[in-house]
Design a protein around this ligand. Structure first.
Ligand code: ATP
Ligand code: MG
Length: 593
């Protein structure tokens, strides 16, 4: 197994990171940042020397000083060039390290939120949008804090170094050629907000397009079986077009930078020819100085463009960072504030529980009360949408519940640590989900220690051992994208095996056998029943079983019948046939041939 890097504490986001991300990361990576900056400064200083040295060499050949002096000047030029390459290489290395570690830090923070947030978050954000945030937005912020800041610092250094050298040649040429410089902050201010808004819009549109493409690819079988390829392509194209329009909008604002900046500098070169040529011809200034000055004006093109580029990167990065902070600020709708530990199940008592989903008007569950004691099996039945899965969601603390409504071992459930509760309950959800891993790894998912014997035992219990052995590769076969595909019933039984192998105190099956035939379901439940009562201690494991097949729940100790979110009855099978009209109807419907 490959070793994963240590995950540092990212469960909380420091306020300074949210408010001043640049400052936060500069402080975090002080050494790399400062060394990179010093190398950049040295690069800029060295880079300013060649025009001066070449100018000197020109004057030395054209003057009386001869080739000897020029040889020395050229020697210095070679040395400067070598050092320049060295420092240029070094700042690239240090800055690369800096912005890539910033991106890694942000990704793990986002990922931590993804793993922490609850079902209400996932029901309002598509997978595509979430992928776009962790990839595109993080990358855009990286470009801002890395290349963006670097370009600005580079421009700043050049602006501090080159104009003084120009002044040393001719103060009057300097102010005449750089006359347009003060206009730059004005242009920047104008373009900055336009870039930020258009880029935010572009990222939003990208997220929407990713969302829809992800959904279409995931649902491709349904789309094909309903012959909806053309309609879905049209739908995708409408998102594609909106993204294209947003990109064009960004390009329109983006493209203004270079022409505006270059116009300023080219004007400077033309002015130099006008004001400088007569002075050179009159002999007041040497050809070498004129050459050096001209080169310096050219050098000023980059900082002018760089300011634009840097500001552009930073605006895009800030827009992305706003989206990232929006996520980092999100909390699970049920905070994990419990402090009590629990590793044994004795009793569960639900008292007069009423629950309304967020953003819904009517309660989904009303005045629900029932009890479950250690070793008992509780059946949960009721028509579609009657609230069975919702009860499980609330037991697992996926949505907030008023204190004093659900009691575990005599203590209100919010007092327990969430992780302990999750270890106490093994839930097999309604939708079977398997990872693109080996069969054995899927079954042992989340277990620290396991061996193949445990796996064989559990796959026998869910009636799947033989079927797995018949798959090419058996327990070592990969599932999903790169591997074998399983039938719906096989997937269900593997997810059941995954829950049972944990030997949790309470097993909860949410309609987990709906895709297996009645005979297999009976066999599995018999095995489960056997497991529940083995090892001397009567009915060691406790179970909650939701099923639409009433026959398979006959043996349950108690059955809760739900109808429209209300308990219609809570009794044994035989009594329910008399006192629950819903149960009676369902049972007769299912036993009629
Ligand atoms: N996240 C949600 N937000 C709003 N309403 C929801 C949400 N999840 C479920 N519901 C609604 O709550 C009601 C109960 O749903 P629940 O999934 O608990 O039913 P169920 O008894 O498990 O049904 P089934 O037998 O089909 O699995 C339904 O009307 C459903 O539309
Ligand atoms: Mg359900």
């Amino acid at each position: 197994m490959s070793e994963s890097p240590a995950v540092f504490d990212v469960s909380t986001t420091p306020e300074v990171l949210k408010k001043q991300p640049f400052l936060y990361y500069f402080r975090q990576h002080k050494r790399t940042f400062v060394v990179g900056l010093v190398c950049l400064l040295l690069t800029n200083i060295l880079d300013a020397l060649p025009p001066l040295l070449i100018g000197m060499a020109i004057d030395q050949i054209s003057g009386s000083e001869g080739f000897d002096k020029m040889g020395k000047t050229l020697g210095i030029l070679v040395l400067v060039t070598v050092l320049l390459s060295l420092f240029r290489y070094m700042w690239r290395i240090f800055w690369g390290q800096f912005h890539h570690s910033v991106a890694a830090d942000l990704r793990i923070r986002i990922f931590n939120r993804y793993t922490d947030l609850g079902p209400d978050f996932y029901s309002t954000n598509s997978v595509g949008q979430l992928m776009s945030l962790i990839n595109n937005d993080v990358n855009s912020f990286r470009m801002a804090i890395g290349p963006g800041i670097l370009i600005l610092m580079d421009a700043l250094f050049i602006i501090c170094i080159v104009p003084p050298l120009m002044i040393s040649i001719s103060p009057s040429w300097t102010w005449k050629t750089l006359i347009l410089i003060p206009l730059i902050p004005f242009v920047i201010r104008k373009l900055m907000s336009a870039i930020r808004n258009s880029y935010k819009n572009q990222q939003d549109k990208f997220g929407e397009m990713s969302g829809i493409s992800q959904e279409i690819v995931a649902g491709i079988r349904v789309i094909k079986s309903y012959a909806q390829e053309l309609n879905q392509t049209r739908l995708f194209n409408s998102y594609n077009k909106r993204y294209e329009d947003a990109c064009n909008q960004v390009a329109k604002v983006d493209s203004l930078w270079s022409p505006i900046m270059e116009l300023g500098v080219t004007t400077g070169s033309v002015i130099l020819l006008f004001v400088g040529a007569p002075e050179v011809m009159s002999g007041a200034v040497t050809v070498g100085s004129f050459f050096a000055f001209y080169q310096y004006i050219q050098r000023m093109i980059w900082p002018m463009t760089a300011i634009g580029l840097g500001v552009n990167f930073i605006q895009k990065g800030r827009a992305s960072f706003d989206r990232i902070v929006n996520l980092l600020d999100k909390e699970h709708n049920v905070p994990d504030t419990g402090t009590l530990s629990v590793d044994r199940f004795d009793s569960l008592e639900v008292k007069d529980l009423t629950f309304t989903y967020p953003n819904e008007d009517k309660p989904t569950l009303s005045n629900i009360s029932f009890t479950l004691n250690r070793g008992e099996t509780l059946g949960l039945v009721g028509p579609i949408g009657s609230g069975k899965s919702t009860i499980i969601e609330l037991l697992c603390r996926q949505y907030p519940v008023e204190p004093g409504k659900i009691w575990l071992n005599g203590t209100s459930i919010e007092n327990y640590k969430k992780s302990d509760l999750m270890n106490l309950f093994s839930v097999v959800p309604q939708d079977a989900f398997l990872f693109s891993k080996k069969v054995s790894e899927n079954i042992a998912f989340g277990m620290d220690e396991w061996n193949m014997e445990d796996i064989y035992q559990i796959t026998k219990a869910v009636n799947m051992n033989k079927e797995i052995q018949e798959i090419p590769g058996g327990y070592e076969a990969y599932l999903g994208e790169k591997g074998v595909n399983l039938s719906g019933g096989q997937k269900q039984r593997l997810t059941l095996a995954r829950a049972l192998i944990r030997k949790s105190e309470v097993v909860i099956l949410d309609d987990s056998l709906s895709a297996v035939d009645a005979h297999t379901e009976k066999q599995i439940l018999n095995q489960l029943k056997g497991q529940l009562s083995q090892n001397g201690e009567q009915k060691k494991t406790t179970a909650v079983i939701i099923s639409h097949r009433l026959a398979s729940l006959r043996w349950a100790d108690k059955i809760l019948v739900l109808k429209d979110g209300v308990v219609e009855a809570f009794d044994h099978h035989n009594q329910l046939l008399n006192n629950s009209p819903t149960y009676k109807n369902l049972f007769h419907l299912q036993t009629e041939v």
